[in-house]
Write a protein that binds this ligand. Sequence first.
Ligand SMILES: NC(=O)c1ccc[n+]([C@@H]2O[C@H](COP(=O)([O-])OP(=O)(O)OC[C@H]3O[C@@H](n4cnc5c(N)ncnc54)[C@H](O)[C@@H]3O)[C@@H](O)[C@H]2O)c1
Length: 327
Amino acid sequence: MRIAVIGAGTMGGRYAARIASGEFGADLELAGVADLDLDRAEAVARPTGAPAFDSAEELLESIRPDAVYIATPDAHHRNPALAAAAARIPFLLEKPLATTVADAQAIADAAHAARVVAEVNFSNRWSPPFIAAKQSIDRGELGDFVTLFARLNNSIGSPTERLAWASNTTSAWFLLSHCLDLAYWLHGRRAVSVYASGTRGVLEARGITTYDSIHAIVRYEDGTDGSYESVWVLPDGMPAPVEFTFRYVGSEGAATIDTHQQNVTIATNSRLDYPATLNWAPQRFADFTAAVRGEREPAVPLVDAVENTRILVALHRSLESGAVEPV
Ligand SMILES: NC(=O)c1ccc[n+]([C@@H]2O[C@H](COP(=O)([O-])OP(=O)(O)OC[C@H]3O[C@@H](n4cnc5c(N)ncnc54)[C@H](O)[C@@H]3O)[C@@H](O)[C@H]2O)c1
């Protein structure tokens, strides 16, 4: 299967290398790479021998790949996704689906009309601890859903050094999109309202105009709720750049997940570290290519990702208004 990559930044660069190396499947080939910045596309494509392009449309027309992985910045998913749908090429799009409900719906509608396999990369659904929790919930062991708490934080190097467009997004779009999707996957309830509060100042002092932290309480259709935290200014001296804890509480039991320690702690006289051990991206990608081949249904239907964008749009309205906002 010939896979192309659109957006040759951090994620696109990594995924292109993993497709080309065979890590994502021995039968996958990197067919081409596109980025508005041609130098970037070439830097990613050159070591693999794949062609580089400076637009998604040109790549799609020239090489007609079997599928594309799209990893453009959060607010720029619409154009490449609509181009893939128009060319009837299946796509795996990075999260969040879009940052407006209109864009999210336009992408979902275009994929539906073109009858192409289209998924959003809510990759944490493939994280082994979350799969174990989901299996326990589905077996009924935890009873009825009551409430949940999710914390997904980054050290400050994420918005200040690793992400060039941090001013054009928030930790809620970047991080809480994962948590809100996991919650929806685990309990299946639609959100009805959200209250959010955020703090600013540390990142603004560094010229990055976004929130330092965001807390949100989401109320679901049956009166249950969830509490969400994303902090983007933890010190770079933290043992790991990502801190992720999640607790699902049911009437008969609870699942508590902590992925940030990676099941291992390495301590020396000068440092404490959690080296990365959890690696679920290959299985996630394999399930996408299996859906493209018609061997399984898409694992993350776009309708789930539209729900995710609806909650996040209301969350950002609440951050501005200070009021509880309907979803
Ligand atoms: N699934 C995950 O766990 C995960 C992790 C990190 C980031 N992400 C998501 O991946 C996406 C990309 O993030 P990143 O950190 O790689 O960003 P990045 O800034 O490193 O790379 C984005 C690239 O897209 C290019 N681009 C922008 N618009 C384009 C267009 N219309 N056509 C072609 N190229 C275009 C930019 O020039 C840039 O090179 C974001 O939506 C982000 O939220 C997902």
